[in-house]
Design a protein around this ligand. Structure first.
Ligand SMILES: C[S@@+](CC[C@H](N)C(=O)[O-])C[C@H]1O[C@@H](n2cnc3c(N)ncnc32)[C@H](O)[C@@H]1O
Length: 251
C-alpha cells in the first residue's frame, strides 16, 4: 500500500506532531486512555512498587508519571526528541524518571535483563519492525518479567475500515477490509497530520510473540466500564466492536 515507509519516516512525523498530540493529554492521558487503556493496563499489572519498569515509547510521559507515583523506578524511552522534551517538562522534580531518546527496535543503550516489567502503550503499531522490538523487550526483561502492551485491535482497525452510515448519519455497522494486508498505511490523527501505522494480522502478532520466546499470560479487549459510560455516554458504541487489544506476555 505504501512502499519505503519505515520507522525513520514514522518518527519524523511523530516528532512534528508531538506538541499537538500532547495538548489533549492530561495526567490520565487522552480520553481513550482514560476510558479503555489505563483500566486494561492496570488490571494486568501487579504492584509496581520498587519494580524496575520500562515505558517503551513513552510519548509525553503520562504513564511513566503514574508508574513513578506508584513507586516504580521508571526508565522511559521514546524515539521522538520533542516527545522526550515535553515529557521532561511535564515531570515534577519529586518524580525521578530516567527519560532517554531511543528506538524500541534497537535499545542497546539499555542492558540485558534490566527490567521487571515493560509497558508499551499504543506504540507497536507505529513501528516498522515489530519482530525486532519484541526481541529487544525480551532481552531487556529479567527471567519471569512481563511485557504488557496495547495496540489498535488488528481485526477491526485495518487499513480500510469505518462505519457504514445511513444518509442521515445513523451508524449501521463497522466495515473492515484489507485485513490480510501487512505493512504501512497512513491515517489522519490531527486535523491534517498523517501518521504511519503498520498493520499485521492477529496471527502474526501472536506467532511472533511465541517465536520470540514469550508465554502468553492474558489478553484484554477493553470495553468502557459503567462508571466511564456515565461520564462519557457516547462510548456506548464501543460495545459493538473493539478498538484496542492489550497483551500480557511473560519471559
Ligand atoms: C501513540 S503515541 C503513544 C505514547 C505513549 N505511550 C502514550 O500512551 O501516551 C506513540 C509514541 O511512540 C513513539 N514511537 C513510535 N515508534 C517508536 C520507536 N520505534 N521507538 C521509540 N518510540 C517510538 C512515538 O514517538 C510516540 O511518542
Amino acid at each position: 500500500m505504501i512502499k519505503n515507509a519505515g520507522t525513520e519516516e514514522a518518527i519524523k512525523r511523530w516528532d512534528s506532531f508531538a506538541d499537538t498530540y500532547s495538548k489533549n493529554h492530561t495526567e490520565q492521558g487522552d480520553l481513550h486512555k482514560e476510558v479503555f487503556l489505563n483500566p486494561a493496563l492496570f488490571s494486568l499489572m501487579e504492584s509496581v512498587k520498587n519494580k524496575k519498569v520500562l515505558d517503551a515509547g513513552c510519548g509525553e510521559g503520562y504513564l511513566s508519571r503514574i508508574l513513578s507515583r506508584s513507586g516504580a523506578a521508571v526508565t522511559a524511552v521514546d524515539y521522538s526528541p520533542r516527545m522526550i522534551e515535553i515529557a521532561k517538562e511535564r515531570t515534577s522534580k519529586d518524580l525521578i524518571i530516567d527519560y532517554k531518546q531511543g528506538n524500541c527496535e534497537e535499545l542497546n543503550i539499555l542492558e540485558d535483563k534490566s527490567f521487571d516489567l515493560i509497558v508499551s502503550n499504543m506504540v507497536i503499531q507505529d513501528l516498522a519492525n515489530y519482530e525486532k522490538a519484541f526481541s529487544e523487550m525480551y532481552r531487556l526483561l529479567v527471567d519471569g518479567g512481563c511485557f504488557i502492551f496495547s495496540i489498535l485491535h488488528p481485526c477491526f482497525v485495518t487499513p480500510e475500515c469505518g462505519w457504514e452510515k445511513t444518509e442521515s448519519g445513523e451508524k449501521l455497522h463497522w466495515n473492515v477490509d484489507k485485513y490480510f494486508y501487512e505493512g504501512a498505511y497512513e491515517q489522519c490523527l490531527g486535523k491534517k497530520e498523517k501518521m504511519f501505522f503498520f498493520h499485521r494480522t492477529l496471527t502474526s502478532y501472536i506467532n511472533t510473540l511465541i517465536k520470540t520466546g514469550f508465554v502468553l499470560e492474558s489478553i484484554v479487549e477493553p470495553k468502557p466500564s459503567t462508571e466511564m459510560l456515565k461520564k462519557y455516554p457516547s462510548f456506548e458504541e464501543d460495545f459493538r466492536c473493539a478498538d484496542f487489544i492489550v497483551f500480557k506476555v511473560k519471559k
